[in-house]
Write a protein that binds this ligand. Sequence first.
Ligand code: ITT
Length: 211
Amino acid sequence: MIGCFKLRIMDIVLATRNKKKIEEIKRITEGMAISIFTLDDFPGCPEVEEDEDTFEANAIKKAAAVARYTGKPALADDSGLEVYALNGAPGILSSRYAGERAGDRENIEKLLYETSSIADERRGARFVCCIALASPDGSVKTFSGYVEGRIGTAPRGFNGFGYDPIFYSEGHSRTFAEMSDEEKDAISHRGRALRAIQQYLRGISEGKIDF
Ligand code: ITT
């Protein structure tokens, strides 16, 4: 049939152990021509140490290791919050800001403490998300997304995860944790990085780009 083509569905393993990230990635990629696997489908997959200096290098390291182990293309997300008045902290240490075993609540408490003397006009921050897509043969592509905003002085809202209860994106008076999933996805760093990847994946699934 003229003008009609069949989309090739591509298998992708999500190289993350963060259940909330998995939820968001599945939600945002719904409708794309991909079939998602998680590390639960590959229980023997070794832990990857995140010891690189940048979001991009950590994302590449995670995606490449999982693609190599599983023999399937792998997608890793390395993300975090950068507070300008703290020279970019917590940054790549976002998930363990208050210590290796710290949870979201402890990380938020530490950040609120560290920013307690910072005036409103200096509470600027951004979320960063770097996504790496690696193939089992070793090739890797990266895609980034950012959302600018500011840090609040007390947690508000119960949706999302991580620092969502204290992050106000620019022009909004509700935190990410007070927004619906759809509202957050439309403006979030992760939503932006995944929409950047969408075009690329479409090219692969239509056979126009080799991966
Ligand atoms: P994986 O490495 O297994 O993917 P992780 O939670 O360790 O899981 P990261 O090293 O990328 O992932 O750390 C991301 C941290 O940044 C996350 O734990 C949150 O504290 C924060 N973060 C990232 N995206 C966020 C979002 O959309 N909302 C709130 N906090 C976020």
